[in-house]
Design a protein around this ligand. Structure first.
Ligand SMILES: Cc1cc2nc3c(=O)[nH]c(=O)nc-3n(C[C@H](O)[C@H](O)[C@H](O)COP(=O)(O)OP(=O)(O)OC[C@H]3O[C@@H](n4cnc5c(N)ncnc54)[C@H](O)[C@@H]3O)c2cc1C
Length: 325
């Protein structure tokens, strides 16, 4: 499908520049009159451009720094961090469908869970992947980040989901607009070390996590993360407010979904890229208040979380851009 979208954009006159990064802006004017005139590219070229939709995704940390240095207005935004949890899909199917579990018309069951912890943080399931796998999602060297995905068939042995806890900029990094990036990096590096510094992810059995002891081996649930996992103590690579909140939430989730806190369920860390750690400000006409002609959009700009909402925000940005012509 992506191939067809690309072909259609090219047929309409669009051009793709692969392996090319926007590294700076040509601008003129001052303050609220400052205008975009061009894009400086990593190839050394400058592309004349007076209107640009900037949709760089939530992990474009180098670009966030460039935007901050160019005084494009932004705010630190809440996001969440935690772990991926894996159960046998059959356990989730029985908890959700009872005696009908396994019926071909039902397929693999999913779930959504939330708990408000006594430390004031919400704990919730994120990006639940029925019959899926836990995947490596770091974008920088020496760090480990988890994510999850399902194939169309949803037929892998395990169900997985992020179990994540709210991070609040005003409490956790109040003085730095890019403090969320530093916070993510700190725990992603700690996960790399806890995993053995070889891109294995650190993992812990739920039974061990709840008992407050490190895992030295895994049990019946075989984790899907590649290249592999290292049984360890996940408190080494997550803040205490996160592990405390998850420890409180798991027994609550068990009450809603029997088997959820089973001893051998595996938690793999760390899940840090749930959404963008920043929001680029935009005026009512969709443009940056400090750089006219720049239309921040999508997940990286802080206006979407997931494929659909990013797409919808892209349409909105395109409409704003068209209205400005
Ligand atoms: C493993 C995985 C599974 C996922 N599964 C789901 C799912 O099932 N459902 C769902 O809704 N969402 C899912 N997501 C999230 C989804 O992919 C994102 O929410 C969505 O892609 C965000 O779209 P976007 O266009 O805002 O940003 P992106 O898709 O991240 O696109 C940003 C693009 O900008 C490029 N870029 C960055 N900086 C620059 C620069 N300076 N110059 C030029 N280009 C630059 C990046 O290389 C990238 O190609 C998943 C994500 C991952 C990693």
């Amino acid at each position: 499908m992506v191939m067809f979208i690309r072909a259609e954009i090219e047929r309409l006159g669009g051009e793709y520049r692969f392996e090319t990064r926007v590294e700076g802006f040509d601008m003129d004017g001052e303050g609220t009159e400052r205008r975009l005139r061009g894009l400086r590219l990593s190839t050394g070229e400058t592309l004349p451009a007076e209107r640009v939709i900037l949709a760089v995704g939530h992990s474009a940390r180098d670009t966030f720094e460039m935007l901050r240095d160019a005084q494009v207005e932004m705010d630190a935004k809440p996001f969440s961090i935690g772990v991926r949890i894996e159960h046998p899909q059959s356990v989730i199917d029985v908890a959700r469908f009872g005696a009908s579990a396994g019926h071909e018309m039902l397929g693999a069951a999913d779930y959504k869970l939330v708990h408000h912890a006594s430390n004031g943080r919400a704990v919730y399931s994120f990006c639940m992947c029925p019959g899926g796998q836990v995947v490596a999602a770091t974008s920088e060297e020496g760090q480990v980040v988890t994510n999850g995905m399902s194939q169309y068939s949803r037929a892998e042995r395990n169900a997985n989901s992020g179990i994540v806890v709210e991070v609040k900029p005003e409490l956790d990094f109040p003085d730095d607009v890019l403090g969320g990036v530093a916070f993510q990096r700190k725990w992603e590096k700690a996960a790399f070390v806890a995993g053995g510094s070889n891109y294995n992810a650190p993992a812990q059995r739920v039974g061990d996590f709840l008992a407050g002891r490190p895992s030295t081996s895994l049990g019946a649930v075989v984790p899907s993360y590649q290249p592999g996992v290292t049984p360890t103590d996940l408190t080494q690579c997550l803040p205490a407010f996160v592990t405390d909140a998850i420890r409180e939430a798991l027994p609550q989730f068990e009450r809603k979904l029997r088997g959820f806190s089973m001893e051998d369920a595996v938690m793999t860390g760390v899940e840090t890229r749930t959404s963008s750690p920043i929001r680029l400000r935009r005026d009512r006409d969709g443009q940056s208040p400090t750089l006219r002609g720049l239309f921040p959009a999508g997940e990286g700009a802080g206006y979407a979380g997931g494929i659909l909402s990013a797409g919808i925000d892209g349409i909105r940005a395109a409409e704003w851009l068209a209205a400005s012509l």
